[in-house]
Design a protein around this ligand. Structure first.
Ligand code: CTP
Length: 319
């Protein structure tokens, strides 16, 4: 690998108000970044020993039938049944079959994106992955609009769409789904118990209104395999975040991977406050020790990969 100036030189370790310590890495000397194709190929090869993202991105129709019992990944003692609707929406072939893209963007949901003006830069990628149905229209200047794959944790229906309590929320949710225009909607329905009703509401809307999305439901082995890959590389994550899952999978389909909106810290490198999400008022307590995620550790890992040229983290302004 080519030697690069270390963007973390002179790193400052800060303390945030919640007592989490973190480094303000990643947005130094970004202009010196060069893509390290050799390392990126090696990472892809190593990840393929743990999972095949093309296959594991979704369970396929032939492998299950309605009524089959599934154990949740994180709540092993709880089960759910494959509903008729879920069965109808299982893909028959992998929605990522034979897809290869030169430059992909993965957009995390950190408030670091606000006032970044990164929208058009993000949209210029060949394939754009977004997380948890985060809104784009009102923030397009900073986050762009293009969406080729978007994730939806069942909890999103509650957090962002008020559990569809009224006709108005139903309509809002439906409009958001309709705006996806043919992209992949990736629903981790079997991770943790408690979301089956919400998944079912979403599936019912998609079917009733013939919404143009390609649904995908990750296989049970995906989470374990992703965690296994990172553990083997000495990254001791409790439960990979959606963002890390997307990066791990994207290595299979993308040549160069660019990450935007990954910044799990309450202040930026200049000490200015940063919202947890660019679009709502969730607070940073969410990333505390009680959270199943280890976002700052993930971030340090991604920063290290950035420094080595395997991926590019964009944490500053795109102006
Ligand atoms: N993210 C980040 N910094 C933040 C917020 C989010 O780096 N301040 C990244 C994380 O990788 C996260 C992704 O952006 O997984 C999407 O954000 P979000 O929707 O908040 O994910 P989570 O709510 O954490 O969902 P999950 O539990 O599935 O990860």
């Amino acid at each position: 690998a080519t030697a690069h100036p270390d963007p973390t030189a002179g790193i400052k370790t800060l303390k945030d108000p919640n007592g989490l310590s973190y480094d303000n890495t990643a947005n130094r000397s970004l202009n010196t970044w060069t893509f390290n194709k050799t390392l990126s190929n090696l990472i892809r090869k190593n990840i393929l020993q743990f999972l095949d993202p093309e296959r594991d991105i979704s369970i396929l129709k032939g492998t299950l039938k309605p009524g089959d019992i599934i154990h949740y990944v994180f709540d092993r003692h709880s089960t759910t049944n494959i509903s008729e609707n879920l069965y109808r929406l299982l893909p028959t072939v992998s929605p990522m079959k034979n897809q290869h893209h030169r430059r992909c963007a993965i957009v995390g949901n950190s408030g670091i994106l606000l006032n970044s003006s990164c929208g058009s830069e993000i949209d210029a990628h060949d394939f754009v992955i977004r997380c948890n149905l985060a809104p784009v229209e009102e923030y397009s200047q900073d986050v762009g609009r293009q969406t080729n794959l978007v994730t939806m944790n069942p909890s999103v229906v509650q957090r962002a769409f008020q559990d569809l309590v009224s006709e108005e929320w139903n309509q809002r949710f439906l409009r958001r789904l309709q705006s996806l225009g043919g992209s992949v909607l990736w629903i981790p329905a079997f991770m943790a118990k408690g979301g089956e009703e919400r998944v079912e509401w979403a599936l019912r809307l998609i079917l009733r209104h013939a919404v143009d999305v390609r649904t995908a439901f990750p296989s049970l082995r995906l989470l374990h395999a992703v965690r296994g890959y990172w553990l083997t590389n000495n990254v001791h994550i409790k439960r990979p975040t959606t963002g890390l899952l997307m990066y791990t999978m994207a290595t299979r389909f993308c040549e160069e991977i660019h990450l935007y909106g990954f910044w799990p810290f309450p202040v930026d490198a200049h000490g200015k406050a940063v919202k947890y999400h660019y679009y709502d008022s969730l607070k940073y307590e969410y990333t505390s020790s009680s959270s199943p995620h280890t976002m700052p550790l993930e971030f340090r890992t991604l920063s290290s990969l950035h420094r080595q040229g395997a991926l590019r983290l964009h944490t500053g302004s795109c102006r």
